[in-house]
Design a protein. Structure first.
Lengths: 113, 115
């Protein structure tokens, strides 16, 4: 079955430190991949997406993600984390048609000041 | 620019009561979706509507019904609420694209508690 895995439930980093959130997918073909961010009490906001082409994609708020086919991964990175980045992050993959998404279980990011 | 609007934002029901969650989008999107979010489980698709006039089951449809009232509105109904349906419900919409690869836009959610 197609699936998206986020192995880290909770990550804590210091403000100014670098960040990498892991995402692995299991699909027969290269899926379309997304990262969303959810602030407390809010809906999900799209950070970035990968469809094809350049495997390093840039998103909003200084985030980037790298698609690695050999590792079936799509990890999210940020060089220097800000306190406002504290939120929950979801990796998702498109399944079939009609833009249906399969989500990972999320990674909650805590930022220490 | 409202995007996706969900009403109500909060609701408490008793077991067995019925309720309809409303969702409307003003982006002229063809596809709309209902998800539920539970701790440690991410978002799971309940129902979706690829276009006006069509609806299909997602991963967890049991206990729910939907209506695509028109292109803008997509409602989710709980006919007889159960405590297991306590969750945060999100509506989303997407512009239909070739291959269906358009990102979804989300509302702010409805927090539903069933006692």
């Amino acid at each position: 079955a197609q699936s998206v895995t986020q192995p880290d439930i909770h990550i804590t980093v210091s403000e100014g430190a670098s960040l990498e959130l892991r995402c692995n997918y299991s699909y027969g073909a290269t899926p379309y991949l997304f990262w969303y961010v959810q602030s407390p009490g809010q809906g999900l906001q799209l950070l970035l997406k990968y469809f094809s082409g350049d495997t390093l994609v840039q998103g909003i708020k200084g985030f980037e993600a790298e698609f690695k086919r050999s590792q079936s991964s799509f990890n999210l990175r940020k060089p220097s984390v800000h306190w406002s980045d504290a939120a929950e992050y979801f990796c998702a993959a498109l399944t079939g048609t009609a833009s249906k998404l399969t989500f990972g279980t999320g990674t909650r990011l805590q930022v220490m000041l | 620019n409202a995007g996706v609007t969900q009403t109500p934002k909060f609701q408490v029901l008793k077991t067995g009561q019925s309720m309809t969650l409303q969702c409307a989008q003003d982006m002229n999107h063809n596809s709309m979706y209902w998800y539920r979010q539970d701790p440690g489980m991410g978002l799971r698709l309940i129902y979706y509507s690829a276009s006006e006039g069509t609806t299909d089951k997602g991963e967890v449809p049991n206990g729910y019904n939907v209506s695509r009232l028109n292109k803008r509105e997509f409602s989710l109904r709980l006919e007889s609420a159960a405590p297991s349906q306590t969750s945060v419900y999100f509506c989303a919409s997407a512009r239909a694209g070739r291959g269906g690869n358009q990102p979804q836009h989300f509302g702010d959610g409805t927090r539903l508690s069933i006692l």
